[in-house]
Design a protein around this ligand. Sequence first.
Ligand code: FE
Ligand code: FE
Length: 177
Amino acid sequence: MSKKLESLKDLYIHELKDIYSAEKQITKALPKLIKAVNSKELKAGFQEHLEQTKKQITRLDTIFARLSENSSGPKCKGMEGLLEEGKDFSKEEAAPAVLDAGLIVGAQKVEHYEIAAYGSLCTFAGLLGYQEDLDLLKQSIEEEEATDKKLTQLSETLNQDAEEMVTTGSKKSGSRK
Ligand code: FE
Ligand code: FE
């Protein structure tokens, strides 16, 4: 157990360490998921988000430096679990488009975790009057939200492809139920 949490600032730092651990884990997991992906577009999307994730870590480094705090803390177990599920899913025997659609589900769960974390951090930074932190955190949450939206769009296309495969080549894409 780390030291007692007595103030909003303590909680802010606690949560910063949590998302820092989460982001680090994501940069380790994404390259393996990129290999598992079939769709070129999804691969490119994951690759782009890997680069964004590295920038997000740099932003957090800036915040920790400003607060004169260490970035290391307990491993984010929430992200560990989400990434473990994604990894397990990537090993399933699945039709290519179905596998991709499932990997998107996992990725969106990850993005939603991050959006929740950065949302709270933005609130805390605002309350604490840390304007520079808030500017950085806002950039990151905007990237996570944009990624989530992009994944939804990709999922619509890929799921359509997956459905067309089962309807044995018939190009009836309007018959989704
Ligand atoms: Fe992130
Ligand atoms: Fe993300």
